[in-house]
Design a binder for this molecule. Structure first.
Ligand code: PGA
Length: 238
């Protein structure tokens, strides 16, 4: 079994002191074969200060977004090349909060995927439906729209109704969506993650879904004890 990829999406949270405390609370990745690959995605402004500790602990650094443009006159944006220079290995693209709050559309997401890959970053493309939408119709449209910019390195299935709500789809639904995404991608190598209310309570059940190659964790990643348990369960199940 390949290692599970466990991605902490801190979103727009943590003071500088809180970020250091949270990271310090996490167990380093063990050298043994039983381990999960942990990616920490703090807010942009914490990337540089946290990078050394993230590396010391054997974690990878990730960003929550990047610009779809090259460096230039784009006020308030952050270029993928800048993230790579800071030591980011991963970048999350097309998170549902950005699709909804920033009106991010397919063209912009495709441009981000393309430029991030060109800068050497590995991309996690987020897809998922709202509660009032048909899951497969939405996922297919989002994959088709994004993948014009190239294939992502990982896809996170995150139904937006499950994010931060404490509700998750049934295991059989998660498995079916993962199969659907896998069929679209047409290769078994690209990991497909699940995200949306992953917690220390439900991780045992979720990690047992064979199609789930990892998790994108929001709220629970802000609690060192909970996130530590999520990583430990993923490492054990492999
Ligand atoms: P959540 O967020 O774990 O708080 O539901 C997941 C995400 O939005 O990536």
């Amino acid at each position: 079994m390949p290692q599970k990829l466990v991605v902490a999406n801190w979103k727009m949270n943590t003071t500088a002191a809180e970020a250091e405390t949270l990271l310090a609370a996490l167990e380093p990745t063990p050298k043994s074969a039983n381990r999960a690959e942990v990616v920490i995605c703090p807010p942009f402004v914490r990337l540089q200060s946290l990078a050394p500790t993230v590396a010391e602990k054997g974690f990878k650094l990730g960003a929550q977004n990047c610009s779809g443009d090259k460096p230039g006159a784009h006020t308030g944006e952050i270029a993928a090349s800048m993230l790579a220079e800071l030591g980011c290995e991963w970048v999350i693209i097309g998170h549902s909060e950005r699709r909804q709050e920033q009106n991010e559309g397919d063209d912009s997401i495709a441009a981000k995927l393309k430029i991030a890959a060109a800068c050497g970053l590995k991309t996690i493309l987020c897809v998922g439906e709202r509660a009032d939408q048909d899951a497969e119709t939405v996922i297919l449209a989002q994959l088709q729209g994004a993948c014009g910019g190239g294939k992502p390195d990982a896809v996170a299935y995150e139904p937006s109704w499950a994010i931060g709500s404490g509700r998750t789809p049934e295991a059989s639904e998660i498995a079916a969506r993962h199969d659907f995404i896998g069929n679209f991608l047409g290769d078994a190598a690209t990991p497909i993650l699940y995200g949306g209310s992953v917690s220390d309570d439900n991780i045992g059940e979720l990690a047992a879904i064979p199609q789930c190659r990892g998790f994108l964790v929001g709220g629970a990643s802000l609690d060192g004890r909970k996130f530590g348990k999520i990583v430990a369960v993923c490492a054990k199940i492999g």
